[in-house]
Design a binder for this molecule. Structure first.
Ligand code: HEM
Length: 406
């Protein structure tokens, strides 16, 4: 942990919203903070939205906030070049890549997954509820998105455990607060993942299947845009972007419901409110707190001059609590109009996986409410939530609970 980083103090990690509010409501709502990697930090909804709509001025071709690349070693580094990464590109390349991967990731494909997601969520919940004081995070919120994306990609079921480990390593590789001692294991896992994916791609080139890797290869070959190494990079992006975020949505959402029993009761009485409740969970306690850009010219933002080449941190979690956009923003209200939250980003990089994570959360909460009358923290868990060591991705590391079945 870096003690000089104001976003990593124990108080802010436990509850970052007063810190965000102080930045947002200060006389300088856009500030350069040396301790935050020298970023200009932007917190107001009205400043963030137009900037994210302007990729020509606020470029995504910025260094990812991950581990220093030299730590990874030569052989791995070649897999980590931003190259054709969707997330770290601007138009026109971004537009072409996005069109291409969207074809393999259509809303139709996602909607078709609902029965299988329900089957998976039901199975995980039944196992969880058979336990005395289960851990909602490790028993449901972590495995569900990992299994779903593994099945979409066509990973063999017997490799799931490995896949979870690899997927955790990918997330770690983007987190500058990862403990140095964990690096050798992380690097070994990343190598294994690459080797596995190279084999998986080769098998599909010889014999295409009905899965996302085959669809990406096919789309890539047609356009000559996605070479196998880019299919690997995109798969890795799906793991980072999709797994821990969805885990956090499920964990954060349930914590908010436990802490607000009136909202739990509303959902128990009328589960058709679940989709709106999920939007409020995303607004109130977002799984990812910031997105980054780099300015391509001198500009002005929130009354502050931001020079060309500056790194800008858009604190979407602060904008979600901006009282100018959301009245009484610190109130968790599952019936409020939460549209306009920025938890999936905004503009051309708007989250590709938003329909998938919304579907997973809807199904998981529907199945939970079908089985459970009441839920509370297990003894010792209340007031002791470990939110992890980073705010870029925020969610409970573990959540031991007591469930009262219907
Ligand atoms: C982009 C959040 C789930 C894939 C983004 C961005 C955010 C975000 C904030 C914008 C980044 C930027 O503007 O720089 C979330 C949250 C999720 C979630 C909160 C869950 C609740 C998923 C899932 C997948 C996914 C399940 C895929 C399986 C992506 C991809 C991008 C992206 C590929 C890049 C899109 C582009 O650059 O055009 N996500 N995400 N995400 N997300 Fe998600």
């Amino acid at each position: 942990m870096n003690p000089t980083n104001p976003m990593l103090t124990p108080e802010v990690l436990a509850n970052p919203y007063p810190f965000y509010a102080a930045l947002r409501e200060s006389t300088h709502p856009v500030q350069k903070l040396e301790a935050l990697m020298g970023c200009y930090v932007v917190t107001r909804h009205e400043d963030i939205v137009p900037a994210l709509r302007n990729p020509a001025l606020f470029s995504s071709k910025t260094t990812p906030g991950g581990r220093p690349p030299e730590e990874l070693g030569e052989d791995l580094l070649r897999y980590f070049q931003p190259g054709n990464s969707l997330l770290f590109n601007d138009p026109p390349l971004h537009t072409r890549l996005r069109t291409l991967v969207s074809r393999a990731f259509t809303p139709r494909r996602i909607a078709d997954l609902e029965p299988r997601i329900r089957e998976l969520a039901s199975g995980l919940l039944d196992t969880l509820l058979a336990r005395e004081e289960p851990d909602f995070v490790t028993d449901l919120a972590e495995p569900l998105p990992v299994i779903v994306i593994a099945e979409m990609l066509g990973i063999e079921p017997e490799r799931r455990e490995d896949f979870k480990r690899w997927s955790d390593a990918v997330v770690q590789s983007t987190d500058f607060s990862t403990d140095k001692q964990e690096l050798p294991r992380m690097i070994a896992d990343l190598r294994d993942l690459n080797a596995y994916l190279e084999g998986a791609i080769e098998r599909r080139r010889q014999q295409p299947r009905e899965d996302l890797i085959s669809a990406l290869l096919e789309a890539g070959e047609q356009e000559g845009l996605l070479a196998p190494i880019e299919v690997i990079a995109f798969t890795r992006l799906l793991l980072v972007a999709g797994n821990e975020t969805t885990t956090n949505l499920l964990g954060n959402g349930l914590v908010a419901l436990i802490q607000h029993p009136s909202e739990w009761e509303k959902l128990a009485a009328d589960p058709s409110l679940i989709p709106n409740a999920i939007e409020e969970m995303l607004r109130y306690e977002p799984p990812a707190h910031a997105v980054f850009r780099e300015t391509t010219a001198d500009t002005e933002l929130g009354g502050q001059v931001v020079p060309k080449g500056s790194r800008v941190m858009f604190l979407i979690a602060a904008a979600n609590r901006d009282p100018r956009k959301f009245p009484e923003p610190d109130r968790f209200d599952i019936t409020r109009e939460a549209q306009g939250h920025l938890s999936f980003g905004h503009g051309i990089h708007f989250c590709l996986g938003a329909p998938l994570s919304r579907l997973e959360a809807k199904v998981a909460f529907e199945e939970l409410f079908r089985r459970v009358r009441r839920v509370s923290f297990a003894s010792g868990q209340e007031g002791h939530i470990d939110w992890g060591g980073s705010l870029l991705l925020r969610g409970p590391r573990s959540l031991r609970l007591r469930f009262e079945r219907r």
